[in-house]
Design a protein around this ligand. Structure first.
Ligand code: AMP
Length: 360
C-alpha cells in the first residue's frame, strides 16, 4: 500500500456520465484535481472537472497523456475496453484493478467467480452457439433469460425465452454474440448492497437498498429495505467476501434477488458493478459519508468514512421528461435535487434524481 494521496493530487476518471460527475464533485470536496477522460463532448462530468480530455478510448496518445497526468485513475462504468484499462494501468495506479474489471465485465466469468465462492446465483450456462443454447435450455428449463456476456446494461442485450418461444430468435435478438443463459428467478424483490474496500483492506457497507425498476431502468430506491436482520447480515457478508476475493479497492455494488421460500428470505447474486451505483445515490444526503466520497477515499488510500444511515430514505430517478418537474422539486422542502446537466432528454434517460431523508 502506497502512502495516501495528498489534497492537490490529480485523480483521473474514465467516463463522463453522471457517476463521473458526482465522483468529481466528491473528489473536489477533498481538494483533489480531477481529470475526466470521455469520448462524448457533452459529458456531464466535464462541467465539474479541473481538466478534461475528449477522445475515444482507443486513442493511445490521449490515454497515455491522461494516465501520466494523474496519481490514480478510476472509472465510472465497467465496460472500459480491456486495452484501455491495461494502457492506463501500466502508466499510473488504476483502482479498482484489472482483476476486478476482467472478472466483472463478463457475465459468465462473474457468475462463475461468485458461484466459486459458494454464493448463490441463478443457475447459468455459457452459450456460444444455437446448439449450446438448446442444450442449456434443456438443462435449465423455461422461462430462461439469455444475456450477452459483455456490454449489457439496464436490460439491454437480454431476451426472455418462454415456453414455446423460438430460441434462435432470442439469440438473433441479442446479436448472436457469446452469451449466458440463466434460469428464471421468481424473485419477490430486487435489492442491492453498496460496499467499499480500502487500500488496507477495511470494508464498510451501507444498509441494503430496495430497488424498483421501470422498463429495466432503476426508478426508485428505498432504505431500509424492510428485510430481516439476518438478510441484512448475509448481504454484508456476500459483499465483503466478493470484495476480498477480488482484492478490490473502491466502491462496488452487488445487485441481489430476494426470494421468499416457505416464509424464509434467501438472497441470490444477480450482478456486481465495479463502480459507484445508482442505488447508492441516496448516500449523498442519507448517510454520514456518500458512496462517491468513499470511492475517492479508497482509491486515494485514505481511511473510509462512516456508512451510517441518517434516516429513512427514498431516492427517485428523474427519467426522461420527469426532469421537467425540477421547479416544483426545487420548491419542495426536504427534497434534495440533483440535475446532471444533460442537454438532451430521451425516454428512460437518467436526467437527475431527488432524495428525501426522513428522521428514522
Ligand atoms: P441485469 O442486466 O442482469 O441486471 O438484468 C436486468 C433485469 O432483468 C433485472 O433487474 C431483473 O429484473 C431481470 N432479470 C435478470 N436476470 C433475471 C433472471 N435470471 N430471472 C428473472 N429476472 C431476471
Amino acid at each position: 500500500v502506497s502512502s495516501p494521496l495528498k489534497p492537490g493530487a490529480r485523480v483521473g476518471i474514465l467516463g463522463g456520465g453522471q457517476l463521473g460527475r458526482m465522483l468529481a464533485l466528491a473528489a473536489a470536496r477533498y481538494g483533489f484535481k480531477v481529470h475526466v477522460f470521455a469520448p462524448e463532448a457533452d459529458s456531464p462530468a466535464f462541467d465539474v472537472a479541473a481538466e478534461r480530455t475528449c477522445a475515444p478510448y482507443e486513442d493511445q496518445t490521449a490515454l497515455s497523456a491522461f494516465a501520466r497526468s494523474v496519481e490514480v485513475a478510476t472509472y465510472e462504468f465497467e465496460n472500459v475496453p480491456e486495452r484501455t484499462a491495461a494502457l492506463v494501468g501500466g502508466l499510473t495506479r488504476l483502482q479498482p484493478g484489472a482483476t476486478a474489471l476482467a472478472t466483472l465485465q463478463d457475465r459468465f466469468a462473474e457468475k462463475s467467480f461468485v458461484a466459486g465462492l459458494g454464493i448463490r446465483t441463478a443457475p447459468f450456462r455459457a452459450v456460444g452457439s444455437s446448439d449450446e443454447l438448446e442444450a442449456a435450455l434443456a438443462t435449465l428449463g423455461r422461462p430462461a433469460v439469455l444475456k450477452t456476456r459483455r456490454f449489457g446494461y439496464d436490460g439491454k442485450g437480454q431476451a426472455l425465452i418462454r415456453p414455446g418461444d423460438d430460441a434462435g430468435k432470442a439469440l438473433a435478438a441479442i446479436g448472436g454474440v457469446p452469451a449466458i443463459l440463466e434460469g428464471f428467478v421468481p424473485f419477490e424483490r430486487e435489492l442491492s448492497i453498496v460496499a467499499v474496500r480500502s487500500a488496507d483492506g477495511a470494508i464498510a457497507a451501507y444498509d441494503l437498498c430496495a430497488n424498483e425498476h421501470r422498463d429495466h431502468v432503476l426508478a426508485e430506491t428505498r432504505v431500509p429495505a424492510g428485510v430481516s436482520a439476518a438478510t441484512e447480515e448475509e448481504a454484508r457478508t456476500v459483499a465483503a467476501r466478493i470484495a476480498e476475493a477480488l482484492g478490490y479497492v473502491g466502491v462496488l455494488a452487488v445487485e441481489l434477488f430476494l426470494l421468499v421460500e416457505d416464509g424464509a428470505e434467501r438472497l441470490l447474486v444477480n450482478e456486481i458493478a465495479p463502480r459507484v451505483h445508482n442505488s447508492g445515490h441516496w448516500t449523498i444526503e442519507g448517510a454520514e459519508t456518500s458512496q462517491f466520497e468513499q470511492h475517492i477515499r479508497a482509491i486515494a488510500g485514505w481511511p473510509l468514512g462512516s456508512p451510517a444511515r441518517r434516516g429513512t430514505v427514498r431516492m427517485q430517478n428523474l427519467l426522461g421528461d420527469a426532469v421537467e418537474q425540477w421547479p416544483a422539486l426545487a420548491a419542495e422542502p426536504g427534497a434534495h435535487l440533483h440535475l446532471y446537466g444533460k442537454a438532451r432528454t430521451a425516454p428512460g434517460r437518467k436526467m437527475g434524481h431527488v432524495t428525501v431523508v426522513r428522521p428514522a
